[in-house]
Write a new protein. Structure first.
Length: 344
């Protein structure tokens, strides 16, 4: 397993990161523990969670994923082996969570304390802001809409709260998620000018169906050492080929939950089918090809993979040993030219 430096920190994380968002909904506690055991067997030291997980989010399952990680730490005593990442919710109408989550100083401190308790640890290695306080072009939006009268918590207040957590020893490093180039530059400016903690990562969607990160953020990530933690690298499984031809496998996410429509656009389905065919033409597993492409991008720190069963997890992890040929890469680029950004 290859390891990469997290931002400008002294933390070395595996380039495959274990995603956890199905634990507590599609996966039981025992299955979650089994996945963590196996990930460590394969030398994966980077786990990513969130206070909101599992998904789809529901009041009765809120925080359950973190709880499962906490019980694994308590059972195995292996906390020191893991670089643990989790996230604080951005603004939401969820009144059951702190009366409505915001990225204020008070709420960030409350969220971190609650996560620490569920995780049964006294520190979080990477604490991330799940999405911005302000309206941005994320979660399926490619264009930007100006909202001039927004009531938003300032980035400075948010960053100062994170800085306090670091100074208190409860958090080691911080990162952002679902952010824009302007947001990243503002966090870096405030860190530089105000002497506050510096962000080390950005967790945004990145896959063959959504390469919008390359437009403005990839250079920022590479030159400023704010590496990408790529989420949805298989576009919720569509790039694995299991949904090809209109298939709806039993127990699969897009079969179970109607809310996940991000990768169900006509162009997204057509592009996914073409990428799957590229893999098959070259004798490759479609999922491994899609993951290998992400693994090798120079602006990517880690590729966050998730699985609902151990067989799937094993195959996805094996992508780290696959190097795509120039011919495969050329065929991938040809599909991208026909379908540039089908699922932002």
């Amino acid at each position: 397993m290859e390891y990469r430096r997290l931002g400008r920190s002294d933390l070395e994380v595996s380039r495959i990161c274990l995603g956890t968002m199905t634990w507590g909904e599609q996966n039981t506690e025992a299955q979650a523990h089994e996945q963590m055991d196996y990930a460590r067997e394969r030398n994966i030291n980077f786990f990513d969670a969130a206070e909101m997980y599992p998904v789809p989010p529901k009041p009765e399952t809120y925080g359950r994923t973190e709880q499962y990680i906490g019980t694994w730490f308590a059972k195995t005593g292996r906390r020191q082996e893991v670089i643990l990442a989790t996230k604080a919710l951005g603004p939401s109408a969820r009144k059951d969570i702190r009366g409505g989550p915001r990225l204020s100083r008070e709420q960030i401190k409350q969220a971190a304390e609650a996560s620490l308790k569920r995780l049964q640890t006294d520190y979080i290695d990477l604490y991330q802001l799940h999405w911005p306080e302000r309206s941005v072009n994320s979660f399926g939006k490619l264009g930007y809409t100006v909202v001039s009268d927004e009531d938003v918590i300032s980035i400075e207040e948010t960053l100062r709260a994170c800085d306090e957590l670091v100074r208190e020893g409860k958090v080691r490093r911080i990162g952002v998620s679902n952010e824009t180039a302007w947001g990243v530059s503002e966090y870096l400016r405030l860190s530089r000018e105000e002497g506050l903690v510096r962000i080390d990562s950005i967790q945004n969607p990145y896959s063959l169906l959504n390469r919008s990160f390359e437009v403005g953020l990839a250079e920022m990530a590479y030159r400023e050492d704010v590496g990408l933690l790529a989420y949805s690298p298989l576009a919720m499984g569509r790039l694995s080929g299991k949904y090809s031809g209109g298939a709806r496998p039993e127990g699969a996410r897009l079969t179970l939950f109607d809310r996940f429509q991000r990768y169900n656009t006509p162009n997204g389905i057509a592009a996914a089918d073409e990428y799957v065919q590229v893999a098959r033409d070259h004798g490759l597993d479609p999922a491994q090809m899609a993951l290998s492409y992400i693994n090798d991008r120079p602006f990517v720190t880690a590729n966050i993979i998730g699985a609902t069963n151990l067989e799937q997890l094993k195959s996805n992890i094996d992508s780290h040993s696959l190097t795509l040929s120039a011919e495969v890469l050329a065929d991938i680029e040809a599909v991208h030219q026909r379908y540039p950004y089908p699922c932002p």
